[in-house]
Every structure is written in structure tokens, then in C-alpha cells.
Design a protein around this ligand. Structure first.
Ligand code: THU
Length: 131
């Protein structure tokens, strides 16, 4: 699967986000170590702090599907009506991704001009916490 195909899946699942409070929809598509794709979108709640980020949803799907490592994850997000913007994972999601990442894991996003940005986990979360 190409990076563009993975990002397209993130953009498609973004359309399913439940985000009536922020109006900011996010989709995430990841490939695990077996080449299986897992998707997630953000799911908000009237009790605001119960929000589940798109990356968290994709990671839950991966774990439930038997995956243990994230090879690549594409994230797409934006406000209602906005096509897509460079939506790098929030702080909490960086830690979530890190749990299943290694030095080869890539976090990929496209900016408003459709330019690719590719990050390693160490770039997004240097000196990260591990037990
Ligand atoms: N959000 C994500 O789904 N992933 C991120 O990495 C950043 C934020 C969601 C949470 C909330 O529903 C909305 O975007 C606005 O913060």
C-alpha cells in the first residue's frame, strides 16, 4: 500500500468522526507489522473529557486484531468543510503510538498544500517515557 492510499483511508474514515462539540474531525489509518490496515476516527462525548482520539481508535482496532507494532500511521484532520490539514498527533497520542512503535515507524501527514511530512517517533516524542 502506498502512502497516498493509506492517507486516503485516513481521510475517508475521518468522514465518520463523531465530533459535534469541536467540529474538528480526525481520521487515522495505520499498517501493522503484518501489513494489515486498521482505522480510527475521533469520537467525542457530551462529557467533553471522554473524547477518544482517532489514533487511539486505530490502535485499539490493531490490538484487537492481533497486531503488535505500528509500521506506519497516516493522520488527517480539519474543521468542518475543511479538506484536510497537517494533523500531527496530540501529545497523548504520541505516547500511545510510541507504545507500539520502533525506529522504523513512520508518522505521515500531508499539509494544506498536499506536501508530505514524515516523522519518526523520536522526532515527535524525544526522550519518551518507558517503563
Ligand atoms: N483529536 C484527535 O482525534 N487526534 C489528535 O491527535 C488531536 C485531536 C481530536 C480530539 C477532538 O475530538 C478533536 O480532535 C479536537 O481536539
Amino acid at each position: 500500500m502506498t502512502d497516498d492510499e493509506l492517507l486516503d483511508l485516513a481521510r475517508q474514515v475521518r468522514d465518520k468522526a463523531h465530533c459535534p462539540y469541536s467540529g474538528f474531525s480526525v481520521g487515522a489509518a495505520l499498517i501493522d507489522e503484518n501489513g494489515v490496515v486498521h482505522l480510527g476516527c475521533n469520537v467525542e462525548n457530551a462529557a467533553y473529557s471522554n473524547v477518544s482520539c482517532a489514533e487511539a481508535g486505530a490502535i485499539s482496532a490493531m490490538v484487537a486484531g492481533g497486531g503488535t507494532r505500528i509500521a506506519k500511521i497516516a493522520v488527517a484532520g480539519g474543521s468542518a468543510g475543511e479538506k484536510s490539514r497537517a494533523c500531527t498527533p496530540c501529545g497523548g497520542c504520541r505516547q500511545r503510538i510510541d507504545e507500539f512503535a520502533d525506529e522504523n515507524t513512520r508518522i505521515i501527514v500531508k499539509d494544506n498544500d498536499e506536501n508530505w511530512h514524515s516523522y519518526t517517533m523520536d522526532e515527535l516524542l524525544p526522550s519518551s517515557f518507558h517503563l
